[in-house]
Design a protein around this ligand. Structure first.
Ligand code: UD1
Length: 426
C-alpha cells in the first residue's frame, strides 16, 4: 500500500492548479442516465471516485469515453452516453466503495421506472442514513421496499411532481430529488433544498439538457417536469474544498500560493475564517492568492450547510489551528463522528480536547512528524497539512483515501516547494 512521506518546515510558494470539483462531478455524471443522447463533461478531475462512478454507470449500460483535456483546462473531458439502460441494479461491490453511488437512484427511477441500489451502510464519519432520499422519491410517487441489503424503488406509471419539504438540509437527497423531478409529470417544489454550489452546478447542467428549474441557488427549487432531456456539454466547477485545503497549506506553512482556477464566490465562510485566523486572500486574474505574513490566531468555527462553513473543511482547519496562537473552538454540526483525525493529530503533538460535537484546540509551538493514518478523505488531508509544518518526517498511511479526492496531491504540493513523496511497497 502506498504511503506519503513529508519532511515538514518549508514555507510554500508558487501556483497550484485547482481541479474540477469531485462532489460536483459525482452528481453531474449520473445525469447521463436521464437521456439517450451524449452528455459531455469537461474539467473532470482525475480521481479514484470518478473512475469508480464511471464503472458503476458502465454497469447500467452507459458508455464512457475519455477524450483528453479541453484546451486551457486542466481536467479531462468525458462523454457519457446511456443509449439504452441495460441494468437498473447498483451492486453492493461498487456502492460499498463509494456512498455517492446512491445518486443513481433518482435518475434511474425517472428514466426507467425502477431502480435497485445496495444500501450504502455506515461509513467512517458516522451513520449517514438515506431516509431523506427515499422520502423525497416516495413523495414523487415511487414505491419503495428494502430487502436483502438493497433498496428497490418502482414507479410503473412514472413519477408525478409534488411538494417535497426536507426536514433537514441534505446535499445528496436534494440531488436525487432534483434528478428525479426533471422527468416527472407536472411541477415539483423542493423546500429546504441544499444550496451548495455543487447543486447549482447540477441544476445548470440539467437546464442545459432541457430541464426547467427555477430558484437555482435558493432553498426553494421549482421544477417543471419535461418528457425528455437531450445531450449537452458542461464544464465541472472548480473544487472549493481542494481550494480551501491548499489555502490552509499556505496558512500553516506561512507561505504564499496562487490557487489558479479557484472561484472565490464559493468560499465565503471558508475565507472569512481563514482571514480571521491571519491569512490574506485576494482575487487575481487567474484565481485567488493566499498568503500569511504574520502569525496564525485561534478562531471559533461551527460547520453548517452552505453558505455556512463546510464540514468538509473542518479537519483541515483543525490541523491549521493546532499551531495557531491561543485556543480555537470547532463545532461539528453535520456529522456525528467526524473527529477521527484528532488522535492522529495528537500523536504529532497537537493539544485537542473533544467533548461531544465541540473540539477545543489549544495552539502548540510546533508539531513533530510521526507515522499516522486516517479513516477518511478530509481527515487524511489534515494529516498532510500537519506534516507540512511538523519537525522531521511524517508518514501518512492509507493513501487511497487521498486518491479518492485530491488529484495529483504530491505533484501539486512539491510544485510549491514541499518536500513530499509517495512510496509504494515493493
Ligand atoms: C455530501 C458530500 C460530502 C459532504 C456533505 C455535507 C458528496 C458526494 N458528498 O454528502 O462530502 O460532507 O454533503 O456537506 O457530495 N442525512 C439524513 N438522512 C438522509 C441524508 C442525510 O439524516 O437521507 C443527514 C446526514 O447523516 C448528515 C446530514 O444529513 O448528518 C447532511 O448530509 P448530506 O448533506 O446528505 O451529505 P451527503 O450528501 O451524504
Amino acid at each position: 500500500m502506498d504511503r506519503i512521506v513529508i519532511r515538514g518546515g518549508r514555507p510554500l510558494s508558487g501556483r497550484i492548479q485547482i481541479s474540477g470539483a469531485k462532489n460536483a462531478a459525482l452528481t453531474l455524471m449520473p445525469c447521463a442516465l436521464l437521456t439517450d443522447e451524449p452528455l459531455t463533461l469537461r474539467n473532470l478531475p482525475r480521481l479514484a471516485d470518478i473512475d469508480t462512478f464511471g464503472h458503476l454507470l458502465n454497469g447500467h449500460g452507459v458508455s464512457t469515453t475519455i477524450e483528453g483535456s479541453h484546451p486551457g483546462e486542466f481536467g479531462r473531458v468525458m462523454t457519457l452516453r446511456a443509449n439504452r439502460i441495460t441494468s437498473t441494479v447498483a451492486p453492493y461491490d461498487i456502492v460499498r466503495k463509494m456512498r455517492a453511488s446512491i445518486l443513481v437512484l433518482g435518475p434511474l427511477l425517472a428514466r426507467t421506472g425502477e431502480a435497485t441500489v445496495s444500501l450504502p451502510g455506515g461509513c467512517a464519519i458516522g451513520n449517514r442514513p438515506i431516509d431523506l432520499h427515499l422520502k423525497a422519491l416516495e413523495t414523487l410517487g415511487a414505491e419503495i421496499e428494502l430487502a436483502a441489503g438493497y433498496v428497490r424503488a418502482v414507479a410503473p406509471k412514472g413519477l408525478t411532481g409534488a411538494r417535497v419539504t426536507f426536514p433537514t438540509v441534505s446535499v445528496g437527497a436534494t440531488e436525487n430529488a432534483v434528478m428525479a423531478a426533471v422527468l416527472a409529470r407536472g411541477t415539483t417544489v423542493i423546500d429546504n433544498a441544499a444550496r451548495e454550489p455543487e447543486i447549482v452546478d447540477l441544476c445548470r447542467c440539467l437546464k442545459r439538457m432541457g430541464a426547467k428549474i427555477d430558484g437555482i441557488g435558493s432553498e426553494r427549487l421549482t421544477i417543471e417536469g419535461v418528457a425528455k432531456l437531450h445531450g449537452a456539454t458542461y464544464a465541472v466547477m472548480p473544487d472549493r474544498i481542494e481550494t480551501g485545503s491548499y489555502a490552509c497549506a499556505a496558512a500553516i506553512t506561512g507561505g504564499e500560493i496562487e490557487l489558479v482556477g479557484a472561484d472565490a464566490s464559493h468560499l465565503g465562510a471558508t475565507f472569512d475564517a481563514l482571514r480571521e485566523a491571519g491569512l490574506a486572500c485576494a482575487a487575481t486574474a487567474d484565481g485567488i492568492r493566499v498568503s500569511r505574513a504574520n502569525g496564525l490566531h485561534g478562531v471559533t468555527v461551527s460547520t453548517a450547510p452552505y453558505p455556512g462553513f463546510p464540514t468538509d473543511m473542518q479537519a483541515q482547519f483543525m490541523a491549521m489551528l493546532s499551531v495557531a496562537d491561543g485556543a480555537s473552538l470547532l463545532t461539528e454540526t453535520i456529522f456525528e463522528n467526524r473527529y477521527m483525525h484528532v488522535p492522529e493529530l495528537a500523536r504529532m503533538g497537537a493539544d485537542i480536547a473533544v467533548r461531544g460535537r465541540a473540539a477545543v484546540v489549544r495552539g502548540v509551538a510546533g508539531l513533530v512528524g510521526a507515522q499516522v493514518m486516517a479513516t477518511d478523505l478530509r481527515a487524511s488531508m489534515s494529516l498532510i497539512l500537519a506534516g507540512l509544518v511538523a519537525k522531521g518526517e511524517t508518514v501518512v498511511n492509507r493513501v487511497y483515501h487521498l486518491d479518492r479526492g485530491y488529484e495529483r496531491l504530491e505533484e501539486k504540493l512539491s510544485g510549491v516547494g514541499a518536500d513530499i513523496e509517495r512510496l509504494s511497497d515493493g
